[in-house]
Write a protein that binds this ligand. Sequence first.
Ligand SMILES: NC(=O)c1ccc[n+]([C@@H]2O[C@H](COP(=O)([O-])OP(=O)(O)OC[C@H]3O[C@@H](n4cnc5c(N)ncnc54)[C@H](OP(=O)(O)O)[C@@H]3O)[C@@H](O)[C@H]2O)c1
Length: 284
Amino acid sequence: MKVFVTGVNGQLGQEVAAILTRKGHTVISSDKDSMDLSQPENIENFFTQFPDAIVHCAAFTAVDKAEDEEQLCMNVNYRSTSKLCDVARKADIPFVFISTDYVFDGTKQGMYTTEDATCPVNVYGRSKQLAEEYVLKYPKSFVLRTSWVFGKGNNFVKTMLKLAQQGKKQLNVVCDQVGSPTYAYDLASAICSMLFTDKYGLYHVTNENFCSWYEFAKQIFTEAGYDVEVLPVTSDQYPTRAKRPLNSRLDKSKLYTNGFAPLPTWQDALSRYIAFLKKEGECR
Ligand SMILES: NC(=O)c1ccc[n+]([C@@H]2O[C@H](COP(=O)([O-])OP(=O)(O)OC[C@H]3O[C@@H](n4cnc5c(N)ncnc54)[C@H](OP(=O)(O)O)[C@@H]3O)[C@@H](O)[C@H]2O)c1
């Protein structure tokens, strides 16, 4: 199969491209230079011939910056996604779009199911909500909501490790936002196993188990062997430009009932990731 992957330099895109290549598929990829998603009007011209599937991993992911760059965020995340979905529809091929826990406002008690109404509280979440609505009208689409991604790129784990390496002995970390850290490699593996089925639709796909950012930070330092004291603070004590949902717990039962395997736990994923960073010399 010839699969077109966007965002090939991003955390998820590079894993999807690597796994598909290993499985013997031909990967055609794009990055910001070859296909700039801030210019939705140019998307269709990019395709001189059609692939057999599109996995759309690129996105404007700077959640705080999006509050001040709404137009850019909407162009990349919503308008360009719509254009890519139009290409898939024209070619009658599967289209995978990655969405986020940030489509919810986080006020629900308990886990969010794929049936729950969305209600984003920031620009990034709104851009993804609009894209979801558009993409889900295409019958051969997969919309996969994920959360708290870490992989070969900039992410929370690397930020914590950098602070430890700079000699920080004490850190305040938010304890009232709860969700699932998700390893880009595990998510990419799930995408690649779903892509060649006809079980289209909306899914929640994250590593198993939930934690707060505070608990996640503590586990990062334990796993990496750094002696850093982590102090819990509330979101109110740690204001950010974009508001974030407190409850990001996603119910993944639709994934299991459709016969897809649960992803490993986030603790297991973190352990493999830290081992990878150690091997690469990015962590002592
Ligand atoms: N990261 C998370 O915590 C998280 C959580 C929930 C959902 N998601 C979703 O999961 C997917 C993968 O995220 P990720 O963590 O892999 O993100 P990432 O590492 O930030 O990668 C995003 C990619 O999008 C590309 N991109 C940004 N603006 C672009 C533009 N104007 N034109 C073309 N490409 C552009 C970036 O290119 P450059 O490298 O050139 O900037 C980058 O390669 C995204 O849809 C994201 O919204 C992520």
